[in-house]
Design a protein around this ligand. Structure first.
Ligand code: SF4
Ligand code: SF4
Length: 188
């Protein structure tokens, strides 16, 4: 377990706009979570880790990248703790501080490819996004098995019409999309 870091704990509270000390570990957030079965650290334990200042430990958990941001945990919390907001804050802290595990690198690279695609076209083009992701992920991890699996999958998806070579047309108001990204300060 990492050393407690009060600055990071305060940052989570600020980003999530919630009071961590309100959590009394009832477990309702975990009980209602649709992704609880694939999480290494369930939401209740994430909350406890952050509460005692182990923000780094929580931000290194794979769970935060398995979360769907469905808000069920926040809605069910009897103390109105913004659990989903805490998880969002942890994602941000994880990226900023390089706390990503091997499996979460894949998830974050995919999310970046998705956002780059939206920034470029204003809508997704799956082929373009897929190529962008696979090339960047390979260059980052040199994951040969992943590259071979994808290469085997590509032709099947093309022949079954699940992917197309045709590039999608961008939205009319690309300037608006650009302004949204600038306003959010998204770095990709
Ligand atoms: S539901 Fe709320 S009070 Fe209960 S464990 Fe989760 S965050 Fe804490
Ligand atoms: S927002 Fe995330 S942690 Fe909360 S219930 Fe949904 S999937 Fe689970």
């Amino acid at each position: 377990m990492s050393n407690p870091n009060p600055d990071l704990k305060a940052r989570v509270e600020e980003l999530a706009n919630t009071r961590l000390s309100d959590c009394y570990q009832c477990g309702k957030c975990t009980a209602g979570c649709p992704r609880g079965d694939v999480m290494d650290v369930p939401p209740t334990r994430i909350m406890r880790a952050v509460q005692i200042g182990n923000v780094e430990g929580a931000a290194r958990a794979d769970s935060i990248w398995r979360c769907l941001s469905c808000l069920t945990c926040s809605a069910r919390c009897p103390k109105s703790v913004n659990v989903s907001g805490v998880i969002d804050a942890l994602r941000q802290i994880s990226v900023e501080n390089g706390y990503l595990s091997a499996s979460s690198v894949k998830i974050t690279e995919f999310q970046k490819s998705f956002l780059r695609n939206i920034r470029r076209n204003g809508r997704t083009n799956e082929t373009e996004m897929g190529v962008d992701f696979e090339v960047r992920y390979f260059l980052r991890r040199f994951d040969v098995m992943n590259a071979l699996n994808t290469a085997a999958l590509g032709p099947k998806m093309l022949t079954r019409g699940k992917m197309h070579f045709k590039l999608g047309s961008p939205v009319k108001d690309k300037a608006l999309v650009k302004r949204i990204f600038e306003k959010c300060g998204v770095e990709l």
